[in-house]
Design a protein around this ligand. Structure first.
Ligand SMILES: [Zn+2]
Length: 346
């Protein structure tokens, strides 16, 4: 059992309320870094001093937050109104168990039982604004006594390994966080490594830009969990990245072109170390690369991601070999990262 993945995915950190994850990571890395600090947005930034050969500064980012819900009001019957934090398909919510607020009260996203639904009700998607979280109390006063408006609700899924695959909530992006913890626990790099466990990625890449500005890196690596879509219907024979096919490299997404010099360095490194990789098809989605590459005098940045099925639902699935290869590839990429590799003069 991978305890790191288990502990990190079972911790709760919906965007803007990442404290539990931050404290857990702080304890996981404290003995392996020279210093750490938390900025006012909640980014956890740690420095692992280099062995001295190179004077570049390298940032490795992994966002800590996960998608979830925020309580927005009460109904007279004691149920909670809520909105989504991060991107959701409303169809993935009905009937799911959630943990609400810092006390982690159990709630259920209520659904009309199929027995009591008409055919037309079964054929329409219930909108999130019409859903409620039921915490089992009888009226509004009882509900407001237990849960404050603005508290978050997160999915509840226990980490489980099914052979080479693993199921959990929030692999996006605790898989990236776990990989970054492993990188910090390795021997020192030739340069100062700044690990940034960043906040609020799922609501618009908000934390990473501030972190990059203060770190002032010469290059940045972003560790992520990217949506795999490899079980297509017959009509849709255009799968994106697949589980088990290795780390996913980004070239282009809706927010950024990855640094070509860094991407080519990562690919060469993978070939040299016999690490499989796959190129994510250009398209939607995005990573913190989009904001990190634009701060200060432009920072070369690229993403390495663990492919994960069923992103932004209560249960994601990854392949543990892909995860291990992301750690391997990221570490090898860093070990031979030099000024020459990141310089761009043509
Ligand atoms: Zn993510």
């Amino acid at each position: 059992m991978n305890e790191l993945l288990k502990n990190l995915t079972e911790a709760v950190g919906v965007s803007g309320a990442e404290k539990e994850v931050r404290l857990l990571i702080r304890d996981l890395i404290a003995d392996y870094v020279d210093e750490w600090r938390v900025d006012s947005m909640g980014n956890l930034i740690a420095l692992k001093k280099g062995a001295g050969a190179s004077d570049i500064r390298v940032m490795v980012d992994a966002h800590m937050d996960e998608v979830g819900l925020i309580v927005s009001g009460y109904d007279g019957n004691g149920t909670l109104k809520f909105s989504g934090i991060g991107g959701f398909d409303d169809r993935s919510l009905l009937g799911k168990v959630v943990q609400v607020g810092p006390k982690k009260l159990t709630g259920v996203i209520g659904a009309r039982p199929i027995h009591l639904s008409t055919a037309s009700q079964r054929n329409t998607v219930t909108k999130m604004k019409d859903m409620r979280i039921d915490i089992g109390v009888k009226d509004k006063d009882a509900a407001s006594g237990k849960v404050k408006i603005g508290e978050r609700a997160a999915f509840v899924t226990e980490y489980e390994e099914l052979g080479v695959t693993a199921v959990a909530k929030a692999f996006d992006n605790r898989a990236g966080c776990a990989a970054l913890v492993e990188l910090l626990r390795a021997r020192p790099y030739p340069f100062d490594l700044y690990a940034a466990f960043t906040v609020q990625e799922e609501v618009g890449l908000r934390g990473a830009g501030a972190a990059a500005y203060s770190i002032k890196p010469d290059a940045a690596l972003i560790l992520e969990c990217t949506p795999a879509y490899d079980l297509p219907n017959k009509e849709d024979a255009s799968p994106n990245v697949a589980l088990g096919a290795g780390p996913s490299l980004y070239v282009m997404d809706s927010g950024a072109f990855q640094s070509p010099q860094l991407v080519s360095h990562i690919m060469k490194t993978a070939d040299a170390h016999n690490i499989p990789y796959q190129i994510r098809k250009p398209g939607g989605g995005g990573t913190n690369t989009a904001v990190i590459q634009r701060v200060r005098g432009a920072i070369p940045a690229a993403t390495i991601a663990v492919p994960g099925r069923y992103a932004h639902t209560p249960a994601m699935m990854i392949n543990l070999n892909d995860y291990a290869n992301v750690v391997k590839l990221a570490e090898a990429t860093l070990r031979n990262l030099t000024k020459e590799v990141i310089r761009r003069d043509t």
